[in-house]
Design a protein around this ligand. Sequence first.
Ligand SMILES: C[S@@+](CC[C@H](N)C(=O)[O-])C[C@H]1O[C@@H](n2cnc3c(N)ncnc32)[C@H](O)[C@@H]1O
Length: 280
Amino acid sequence: MATYKQIIKTYSPFLKEVTHIPQKEVEILLLFLLEKNTIWLHLNYNEECKVEDKLKVLVKKRATNYPLEYIIKKASFYGETFIVNDGVLIPRPETEILVEKAEVILKSIQTPKVVEIGVGSGIVSIMLALLIKDIKIIAVDINSKALELAKQNAKKFNVEDKITFVLSDIFTEIDVKNFDMCISNPPYIQDSFSLPLNVKYEPSTALFGGEIGDELLKKIIDSTVKNNIKYLYCEMGYDQKISLGKYLEKYNPKYVEFYKDYEKHDRGFCVEFNKDENVK
Ligand SMILES: C[S@@+](CC[C@H](N)C(=O)[O-])C[C@H]1O[C@@H](n2cnc3c(N)ncnc32)[C@H](O)[C@@H]1O
């Protein structure tokens, strides 16, 4: 039988086409199967590997571009490890910027009330619940699988008492009277866009925002204003700054900031509306 070191060398080439870190990913799959950590593996490189058959199955699956996070059922976000499941979007690092921006303003509000549209795995609401004392959040999604997963993550991080999860299309099933902020990383990709292979395994309802892409974002803007919510913080597509900037203008906001992601692409906006001004 082969050692762990030999097994890693044997299986790494199978992942060359799907990742730039094939060896590291084989190690991650191995550790997932063994329920061990990297230090353990380094200390046991020359021991006999008894899980080759199981590893082979996982490597084959990953070689089809199936996301690593769905196999190992976890993903990192904001320095924390969240549970992930297929059928729910895998957290992306750029969404950390949205959380950072929201944290700044929410820290200046006493007992802030926040609504999140499209909670997915729960990363945004849960991080805010961990970062902001006395926050109350209503988190909605149209995907019941997402809500189940978000609840599981809320339990993991012990913030269940701060977040209420509701199956709702935007605000249809909830009452958002006297809320301070609406936050969302909604689907914003153009329906006709051809997705890279790995992303194809993620739910299309979490990705596609309409014929142009920004339709749901515009609905979120309208709903936020209609419900007299002062702050709206959203992630958006890299090419949506101009259209959304124009759309926001019609509500005469007090302050608008567009921000970029780690690759310097336009990626989101933070708005402060003039409360009561647009409410009929
Ligand atoms: C891009 S994912 C974001 C998930 C999570 N917040 C994150 O940042 O990883 C968008 C989420 O919005 C949900 N969604 C799509 N349309 C919606 C709607 N009309 N109302 C509420 N949620 C919606 C999707 O099911 C999906 O979970």
